[in-house]
Write a protein that binds this ligand. Sequence first.
Ligand code: FAD
Length: 421
Amino acid sequence: MKRRDFLKLASAVSATAGSLTGLAGCATSAPSKARVVVIGGGFGGATAAKYIRMWDPSIDVVLVEREAAFVSCPISNLVLGGFTGMEDISRGYDGLRRHGVTVVQDEAIAVDAAKKSVRLARGGDIAYERLIVSPGIDFMLGEIQGYEGAMQSGAVLHAWKAGQQTVALRQKLQQMRDGGVYLLSIPLAPYRCPPGPYERVSMVAAYLKQAKPRSKVLVLDANPDVTSKGPLFKRAWNELYPGIIEYRGSAKVVAVEAGAVRTEFDSVRADVLNVVPPHRAGDIAAKGGLITTNNRWCDVDWRTMESKAVKGVHVLGDATLSAPVMPKSGSMANNHAKIAAAAIVAQLNGRSPILPKIINTCYSFVSQKEAIRVSSVHEWEPEKETLVPVKGAGGVSAARSEAEGTFAWNWARTIWADSLA
Ligand SMILES: Cc1cc2nc3c(=O)[nH]c(=O)nc-3n(C[C@H](O)[C@H](O)[C@H](O)COP(=O)(O)OP(=O)(O)OC[C@H]3O[C@@H](n4cnc5c(N)ncnc54)[C@H](O)[C@@H]3O)c2cc1C
């Protein structure tokens, strides 16, 4: 933590806080209108922190993020293919600091909504006027027998949170023998990034075709069929990677064994096991009492992103119970953040929130340079009291192209800057 941030944080911790209490009088910053605490510096949380400061610099914003840097899931499949590096998908938090956000590298371990405070793992409570929770996902490891042990020993990877697991999966692909089998298991929807697994299939196939042409990609999808951009993905697989990809729908993995997985019907051996377990809202959402549905997701008022379970707390991104046909995507999390930021700034300034209309765009690479796209527009529907897709707006690419590949890179660089710079 930088000294400037530490002093600002010291002024933020409550008088009863632990290790930071002694510095509580040392702050140099002027008194603020109110303090907003944000948990999670991913697409949702980082964007919200930045936009609140941009739209009302008199609001104090403290971002609590456990990692030292942001690593993007979008484009991480290209790292697996060897087409870009981790440094290209990683960003620091100095951009947010320049907007006056106090960035605290720590883990939020509890939320006390009655006292309006957040407890930090390293000690201390931070008081808030409004709280934003954007923790992404955590995995339901118990749903797949043997998963946790296999993950700890490195025998199975998810690489569904970008970072160390992305690097480890790339290494396993590089070490795999020519003639080996890479297995990707996809959980039942809803999961983070509907087209993400199929982009991964394409990127791994592109790498194997080039580097280990006798190898295979085996896809075990718990869903009956490809859940997003199906015809475009299948066409790319048939035309670009004939004989490399085998796709099996309705193939749910229930156990991980030595060098194999078990589905409801059979046992399947592979050299590299990439099993993505089902997921739910991040742990802190459960600890904060924010989960409302199926023990997994957090329902919100889409006009403000305020939790339906806990007043004064806004939930963003993958952790939310998705509105109809709304994907769990970085694009959506970034938009959720702007709804919440606008609503909080309006509320703290005595104004009513505006009714949202937001756009989702998800690009997927199918080869090193070519991509495909899906987009949709979502607007507030007063009778249904949710966001619904606007009929006739959005759609999918007519065909894969290098132009879409250029747009995909531009989209990624733009959203990283919009969220973090
Ligand atoms: C392979 C892959 C490809 C993808 N491609 C795309 C794409 O092309 N386009 C797209 O729009 N989306 C894509 N996505 C989806 C996108 O990554 C997610 O939807 C997005 O990251 C969700 O944002 P979020 O803010 O909800 O969560 P995240 O971005 O995961 O951020 C959560 C943050 O909270 C932190 N955190 C969690 N709990 C705590 C705590 N208790 N204390 C402190 N910090 C905490 C985490 O460290 C993390 O930094 C992809 C996902 C994957 C896996």
